[in-house]
Design a protein around this ligand. Structure first.
Ligand code: HEM
Length: 400
């Protein structure tokens, strides 16, 4: 057992390829306290799963970062709530994301993917992020919520700004300017949604916004603030993540040409291929919680108030669960991965994200004879350590 294990999630080489360190973490340091920080990393599937299914011990509610006045710290969305508050809020939106409702969106997704690819194929060389992986999820979530198409660009800017440093704050307190910008951003998004909600109150439509305006669960209505936080959450939680999933799928297929050939030959493997990308190159790599009591884990003591970071990207390669877990296999067909979390906060948009990625890939494969990187330069990584993904993906596309 080596004592020199130094897992620094900010290190650029580690971010590009964390998997050998994850494997060592799982083997030798399943619980790894970070020197000088009240944070502990956890690498094994069984531990991550146990943490995520026990919100009484591992809370999603975090205090304001050091130096931030609790009075000025906004109430979190449901992502940062524990039961029973979480249960109530989740109940209000669950029905908008059932598999049946999401299935109904498929023809619209296919149309959008085809339109975006028409344009990309005409240009032949594109940044695939700008061309497809980013616009598809934004257009879809904006339509689900009921945001007018004209406001989409503004949406993207808000969403980008809100997720830029997501999660990094746990390790490094954000500078005051950043917190101020975030406050301003939430304010802007808030007044936008309040205006839109007013319109729906006067003139209801078939959209999620109307549903939220009318929502009443067990006699408790959603307050205006809760509604705004919910909409901001949907926007922020759904865009970057799905963009990243589709981009990672393209990158893994390019890195594994045999698997790409297999998928082209057997389109029936599409669903398992998307599950495999979720497992093997998980868009969300880490999921933090805060201990509510003293916990002993593999010989380490975690004190109340300390943060535990579950590395989903490591759990998803755990050899105890996934045979030959370091191999990318489009036919694996195993959705036990934790890429969408587990338990109470299991991703609300999992069905939506899966379907969007399936449609995007199916359309890309059907419409192209081949696609390839335009150069071998390392691609720019998403600035937040929460994400595994690139912000640019220049591709050359050859039409089918
Ligand atoms: C590939 C795409 C996606 C990935 C990898 C992903 C991942 C995750 C993960 C890991 C969590 C759990 C967070 C936790 O345990 O605290 C989560 C929660 C959540 N996700 Fe996703 N997500 C994706 C797409 C989406 C989409 C498209 C939406 C839009 C509806 C969405 C909405 C949410 C919401 C609202 C939550 C919070 C649920 C709760 O607190 O109960 N996600 N997601």
């Amino acid at each position: 057992m080596g004592d020199d294990f130094d897992f620094n999630p900010f290190d650029l080489d580690t971010r590009r390829n964390p998997f050998s360190l994850y494997a060592r973490g799982r083997r030798e340091h399943p619980v790894h306290p970070h020197t000088g920080l009240p944070i502990t990393s956890v690498f094994r599937y069984a531990d991550v799963q146990a943490i995520l299914k026990d919100p009484a011990t591992w809370s999603s509610r975090f205090p304001p970062p050091p130096g931030v006045d609790p009075e000025n710290f906004p109430e979190p969305s449901m992502l940062g709530q524990d039961p029973p508050q979480h249960t109530r809020l989740r109940g209000l939106v669950n029905q908008a994301f059932t598999p049946r409702i999401i299935r109904r969106l498929e023809p619209r997704m296919v149309d959008i993917a085809n339109e975006l690819l028409d344009e990309a194929l005409e240009r032949r060389e594109v940044d695939f992020v700008q061309a497809l992986t980013y616009p598809l999820p934004v257009i879809i979530i904006a339509e689900i919520i009921g945001v007018p198409p004209a406001d989409r660009e503004q949406f993207k800017e808000w969403s980008d700004e809100a997720v830029a440093n997501l999660g990094n704050a746990l390790f490094m307190p954000p500078p005051p300017e950043r917190l101020q910008r975030l406050g301003k951003l939430i304010g802007e998004m808030g007044s936008y949604f309040v205006r839109l909600a007013e319109e729906r109150r006067r003139q209801p439509r078939e959209d999620l916004l109307t549903g939220l305006v009318q929502a009443e669960v067990e006699g408790s209505k959603l307050t205006q603030d809760e509604m705004v936080r919910m909409l901001v959450l949907l926007l922020v939680a759904g865009n970057e993540t799905t963009t990243t999933l589709i981009g990672n799928a393209v990158l893994e297929l390019l890195a594994h040409p045999d698997e790409l050939a297999r998928l082209r030959a057997e389109p029936g493997l599409l669903e398992s291929a998307v599950e495999e990308v979720l497992r093997y190159s998980s868009p969300v790599q880490m999921d933090p919680r805060r201990a509510t009591r003293r916990v002993e884990l593999h010989g380490h003591t975690i004190e109340p108030g300390q943060f535990v970071v579950s590395w989903l990207g490591s759990a998803n390669r755990d050899e105890e669960v996934f045979a030959d877990g370091e191999r990318f296999d489009v036919a694996r067909d195993d959705s036990r991965h934790l890429a969408f979390g587990y338990g109470t906060h299991y991703c609300l948009g999992a069905n939506l994200a899966r379907l969007e990625a399936q449609v995007a890939l199916r359309t890309l494969l059907a419409r192209t004879r081949s696609f390839e990187r335009t150069d071998d330069e390392p691609l720019p990584l998403h600035p937040s350590i929460v994400f595994r993904g690139v912000t640019k993906l220049p591709l050359r596309l050859v039409a089918a």
